[in-house]
Design a protein around this ligand. Structure first.
Ligand SMILES: [Fe+2]
Ligand SMILES: [Fe+2]
Length: 495
């Protein structure tokens, strides 16, 4: 006998009390199904009334994801902990194409301060509707919302549904003062730059390296990105002319963590990605700074030296013992980050080998960061659209095409900190990317106005806002502007 969920069938016999689903299937397929259907129903309930036909359909869809699990497992428990989802205590791995969907769902639940839903008995359409229509209008980020829901359920005689409060780790409250969070992210960013500097200089003078501190910083960076990626990504997007290598290393770490998060990596692996990013160019410590900073054309010997930095880097990494379990990944990232997806690039390989996922991630984000910022020999950097275009063009050849897609989604066509001209003739700076991929062209923008000889911060506008009368967008981006042309220091407006 098989139970049916949507188009997919669930394998297995159904003897009473016997578990039908293996854990992976439970979390991956059924967990994703449940969250998708429940969220659609919840959203539907904010728009339509309970007698609407669409609500009926969404309710039925959702029941089909709930009841088979209850039948097999006895209950269905969804827990949300720090943007991670668990179905009956198995983590639901979130695929990249579902990332924004899950993120919006967790935001919706966060708003209601609800972190647990449990069904422990077969659910009927009427009961599910009752429940969703109690849940949907909740607002005001009230910590005791869950008690209110419990009471409402009781008063209607509904048993077998329970909600729980959203729990946060101690320095991890929702809406924790966002200013505070920004400051924290900023601190991590600049401390990481100092640390890379310290470690790189330590390599040169053969001092002991402070790897523990680096690991700790990367764990903090992961937490900060998981809470709110905009500040760290924003900092990484700011083009800084000084101390290229240090800045670049931290940016590569941040982009790599952000990308890994979207691929659903667990926290530990994310912090490893951060470490790999932080020290991918460690081999450059052996290249004299005159060569690194040379503005004239490089001689062929100098090129050879530069091209040796991945191998030199891998050697340096190998000699350091403190990496512990990180060691292989650090070596991979250092060695592979200038290899292309089709195995061209450098170092030249004696025999074909697969590039590791770590290597592919670091190579991609390294390319982006290297082109987006001004260098001694390239005063004006490429604009982001151009680089993302290049990436798409070279996807499958130079870069892993799947990673390119996820990366572009993360950065947006107009990354944080991009200076843009709007159709209203206003100019502004992109300060927030929309969650929904289809709104990638409609970020939130901080308007700038010119007064007393300088640009100042104006209000923040949301480009997805429409004029109700005409049904058209109020503002749209016409094109990006080079901040150098207008003498605008983007960093001052972004942080
Ligand atoms: Fe490099
Ligand atoms: Fe690099």
């Amino acid at each position: 006998m098989t139970a049916q969920i949507g188009e997919g069938r669930i394998p297995g016999g159904s003897n009473e009390g016997q578990t039908l689903f293996d854990h992976e299937h439970l979390a991956t397929t059924l967990g994703t199904e449940f969250v998708s259907r429940f969220f659609r129903l919840l959203r539907g309930a904010t728009i339509y009334d309970r007698n609407n036909e669409l609500i009926d359909r969404l309710t039925q869809d959702c029941l089909q994801a709930i009841n088979p699990v209850i039948k097999s497992e006895g209950n269905l428990l969804l827990k949300i902990i720090q943007d991670n989802f668990f179905l009956n205590n198995n983590r639901i791995p979130v695929k990249a194409d579902k990332y924004t969907f899950f993120k919006s769902f967790s935001k919706e639940m966060e708003k209601r301060w609800i972190g647990e839903l449990e069904f422990s008995g077969e659910v009927s359409g009427k009961i599910l509707k009752d429940f969703v229509f109690i849940l949907s209008p909740l607002e005001g980020s009230d910590e005791s919302n869950y008690l209110y829901v419990q009471k409402e359920l009781e008063s209607r005689g509904i048993q077998g549904i329970r909600v729980g409060k959203l729990e946060f780790f101690k320095d991890n409250k929702p809406y924790a003062d966002s200013e505070e969070q920004k400051q924290y992210a900023k601190e991590i960013y600049f401390r990481s730059i100092d640390l890379v500097k310290e470690v790189m200089e330590g390599v040169k003078s053969q001092k002991l390296l402070n790897i523990r501190k680096a690991k700790h910083l990367m764990q903090n960076a992961v937490n900060s990105i998981m809470q709110d990626e905009s500040t760290l990504l924003g900092l990484a997007n700011i083009k800084n002319y000084d101390e290229y290598t240090f800045n670049h290393s931290v940016n590569v770490a941040i982009y790599a963590i952000g990308l890994g998060e979207r691929l659903g990596f667990p926290k530990k692996i994310l912090s490893h990605l951060g470490m790999a990013g932080l020290f991918h160019d460690i081999g450059k410590t052996r290249i004299p700074s005159e060569i690194l900073n040379k503005t004239e054309k490089l001689t062929s010997e100098e090129w050879t030296m530069i091209r040796a930095h991945p191998v030199v880097g891998a050697e340096i990494v190998m000699r350091v013992k403190e990496w512990g379990e990180l060691s292989t990944r650090m070596i991979d990232a250092a060695f592979e980050h200038h290899l292309k997806y089709d195995l061209t690039g450098y170092p030249k390989l004696a025999r074909k080998r697969n590039i590791t996922l770590f290597g592919r991630i670091i190579a991609l984000v390294d390319f982006y960061d290297a082109l987006i910022r001004p260098r001694v020999y390239r005063r004006y950097p490429y604009v982001s659209e151009k680089i993302l275009g290049l990436m798409l063009e070279h996807a499958g050849k130079d870069f892993d095409p799947a990673l390119v897609k996820v990366f572009i989604n993360m950065i947006g066509i107009f990354p944080l900190g991009t200076l843009v001209l709007l159709n209203t003739n206003e100019i502004g700076i992109v300060v927030q990317i929309q969650e929904e991929p289809e709104l990638i062209e409609r970020p939130k923008v901080c308007l700038l106005y010119y007064t007393d000889g300088e640009y100042r911060k104006g209000k923040i506008v949301d480009l997805k806002e429409m004029d109700e009368g005409t049904g058209t967008y109020i503002r749209s981006i016409v094109r990006t502007i080079d901040p150098n042309e207008y003498n605008i220091h983007v960093a001052e407006f972004l942080i």
